[in-house]
Design a protein around this ligand. Structure first.
Ligand code: SF4
Length: 690
């Protein structure tokens, strides 16, 4: 087979790769023509070839642990889902999807659940990643539009990283920022409670208290006003300025714990630099006030008109390779395909008509945390989980594991049965892996890229869209799921986006609805929108997608993270990623090179706390919260603040049973976005005594 252009399956940078299958196995290198990376790859992308292979793969369907054939497995799944819906109603079933899924697969899962099963109980692990950004965008813009592009990072004079360890979590973007610094002197500011790898090369680090971002950006908005830096022309078409400013002016920076001089230096730099991009990620999103944090950042850009123009804007970078594609297809329980709104009757009618859907869901479904609560209390009786590992990664993971165990019927589609979740499934459906399947993904700057197959799926593994279409067909919906391949699904999605565009939505790729199969095969990276009626940049004109066409500023107030520290639980536990692992390591764990970087679960603790608790370097520490505990290796470092701990989230029962961090994380969520707080769990630490 000749070389194939595809994309990396890890983070939301969406780097292009060239796959070269050969007698010595698969070779992978960066694609010099892909606009996201221009040939660069990080350590994870460079090691992709080491992570493919048939070892550990699920090669055939299984029911109750026994191997079976596809016909039997699909009939069984369809019958159990249909029986559950018939007996208990559509809301008694649920689907938990993943930002790892390709857009075509994601689209079909949503069509199946929302249009044909008749429930919006389909949510995704992207709820844990960027739901607060979605909610913040929708409040400000009327739709979930990412205003920024990667070129803005090249053109900025100041890049502010908020709750983002870009150097480890989006390394190729970080390289782009460093290249801009070398080329044009771009200044870099890191706003993060921890001193992370992203601080290397930064001009300023603001080690604010966990969860205090709203207080910092409210001060910035007030300082913008004091410095007469408001763009009055731009905000003439914006609503909510006065209320947002009043909230900002009443705010206090004390919750940040930062020295006032440092805050004022930051404000002066931000206000004095027109080309400023504020990049934000999980430190903003994974919070009980994540939506307010996003609004606080957006308010500053809107007030100064620094949005929708080259080299400036708020810019959410997504964790997963297709978090954006999932947002586009309505992968969240409170959205419809193509950025249409489930609460809007005209939008629902448009989707129902387009799909000829017999029972389009009329109300939002259960968001991730609530979905698994409903599994636990018996409201959800049949569950389909695709390419994600909630028994390891959802907050209060022990309770989630228990809920899945007790669920009357659980289906898991995955490439392996060696995950905490797959071990609990009643039915396992073998899925094609990265480099074995075709489709598209959308990266953090709205660029749609093809993922292409270079390898044949092993055993009986099949692509996800096929799993869904086969079950839907067996549930009586053959007419709506009779697809030959992903190109057909892509065209349907693009055609629906044209209807959405006609209803005033931002996501319109109707210009791609007529692609032939050959065009789809050859599709080059393309940033949306792709439609005759739209051109230019979003928001350069100050107009947005609310019914009145106006952008909104939202008044926000700082609130303390839910869960107060107390003598029994005096620490706050911050969780995150390490440089060389991805999620629960089902792929990166196969590479000895990647595993060598940080080989076991650990906890970072400040020297003062370690001293007080008699914790020596590299010894084992027991960390416990009200919901779970873990045994972790101590890393004593002043990169974390006194009273706080940091631990990575990658290890599961499969790889380190005592290192399951999410068993400790409380299932507290942002009331608007439903995103869980993963950065501020109250906990205790003490030397581990075996
Ligand atoms: Fe893959 Fe992200 Fe690394 Fe690019 S930066 S190679 S997309 S993990």
């Amino acid at each position: 087979m000749s070389e194939v252009r595809s994309t990396c399956p890890y983070c939301g940078v969406g780097c292009g790769v060239i796959l070269a299958p050969g007698a010595d196995g698969l070779q992978v290198r960066g694609d010099p023509h892909h606009p996201a990376n221009r040939g660069r790859l990080c350590s994870k992308g460079s090691a992709l070839a080491e992570t493919v292979g048939t070892e550990g793969r699920l090669l055939a369907p299984r029911i109750g642990g026994r191997q079976t054939d596809w016909e039997t497995a699909l009939d069984h799944v369809a019958r159990r889902f249909a029986d559950t819906v018939a007996t208990h109603g559509p809301d008694s079933v649920a689907f938990y999807a993943s930002g790892q899924m390709l857009t075509e697969d994601y689209y079909l899962a949503n069509k199946f659940m929302k249009g044909f099963v008749g429930t919006a109980n389909i949510d995704t692990n992207s709820r844990l990643c960027m739901a607060s950004t979605v909610a913040g965008h929708r409040r400000a813009f009327g739709t979930d539009t990412v205003p920024g592009t990667y070129e803005d990072l090249d053109d900025a004079d100041l890049v502010v990283l908020v709750g983002s360890n870009l150097a480890w979590c989006h390394p190729v973007l970080h390289q782009r920022v460093l290249a801009a610094k070398a080329a044009r002197g771009t200044k870099i500011v890191v706003v993060d409670p921890r001193r992370t790898a992203s601080c290397n090369g930064a001009d300023l680090h603001l080690p604010l208290a966990i969860g205090s971002d709203v207080a910092l950006f409210n001060r910035l908005l007030a300082a913008i006003h004091e410095a007469d830096a408001v763009d009055h022309g731009y905000i003439a078409s914006v609503t909510g300025f006065d209320a947002a400013l009043a909230a900002a002016r009443s705010a206090d920076i004390a919750p940040t714990g930062l020295a006032p001089d440092l805050v004022e230096s930051f404000c002066r730099l931000w206000i004095g630099t027109e080309r400023v991009v504020t990049v934000f990620s999980q430190g903003v999103n994974q919070s009980t006030c994540g939506t307010d944090k996003v609004s606080a950042i957006l308010n500053c850009h809107i007030a100064t008109g620094r949005i929708g123009k080259p080299g400036m804007g708020p810019f959410s970078v997504t964790g997963q390779p297709n978090a954006m594609g999932g947002r586009e297809v309505g992968g969240l329980a409170n959205t419809l395909a193509c950025h249409l709104d489930i609460e809007n009757p005209a939008h629902r009618a448009a989707v129902a008509g387009f799909w000829s859907a017999p029972r389009l869901a009329a109300t939002p479904g259960l968001k991730a945390v609530d979905m698994f609560r409903a599994v636990a209390d018996g409201r959800v009786k049949a569950l389909w989980i695709m390419h994600t590992n909630p028994a390891a990664t959802l907050p209060e993971a022990n309770a989630v594991r228990e809920a899945i165990t007790e669920c009357p019927f659980t289906v898991v589609s995955d490439v392996t049965n060696a995950t905490d979740t797959a071990r609990l499934a009643d039915v396992l459906l073998p899925a094609a892996a990265w480099a074995e399947k075709d489709g598209t993904v959308t990266n953090s700057d709205r660029t749609i890229s093809r993922q292409r197959a270079a390898l044949t799926p092993p055993g009986q593994a099949k692509p996800d869209w096929w799993h869904i279409a086969q079950v839907a067909t067996r549930m009586g919906h053959a007419h709506a799921f009779d697809y030959v391949g992903p190109s057909e699904i892509f065209r349907e999605h693009a055609a629906l986006s044209g209807i959405a565009g006609g209803l005033g939505r931002d996501f319109d790729i109707s210009g791609l609805a007529d692609l032939t199969d050959a065009d789809y095969d050859a599709l080059a990276p393309t940033r949306w929108p792709v439609a005759a009626r739209r051109g230019g940049r979003f928001f350069a004109d100050g107009l947005a997608f609310h019914a009145d066409g106006k952008m909104r500023m939202i008044p926000v107030h700082w609130s303390e993270p839910v869960g107060k520290t107390e003598p029994r639980y005096p620490f706050r536990l911050n969780t995150g990623r390490v440089r060389d692992h991805w999620h629960t390591m089902t792929r990166t764990g196969r590479s000895a090179r990647l595993s060598a970087h940080l080989a076991e679960p650990f906890v970072e603790i400040h020297p003062e706390d370690a001293d007080r608790l008699h914790i020596a370097p590299d010894t084992l520490v027991e960390v416990s919260s009200p919901t779970g505990s873990a045994i972790l290796r101590a890393t004593i470092t002043d990169a974390v603040q006194p009273g706080t701990l940091f631990s990575p989230m990658h290890w599961s029962a499969e790889t380190a049973p005592s290192g399951r961090i999410d068993a400790m994380v409380a299932a507290a969520t942002d009331p608007i976005s439903g995103q869980p707080e993963s950065k501020a769990t109250i906990c205790a630490a003490r030397p581990f005594a075996a």
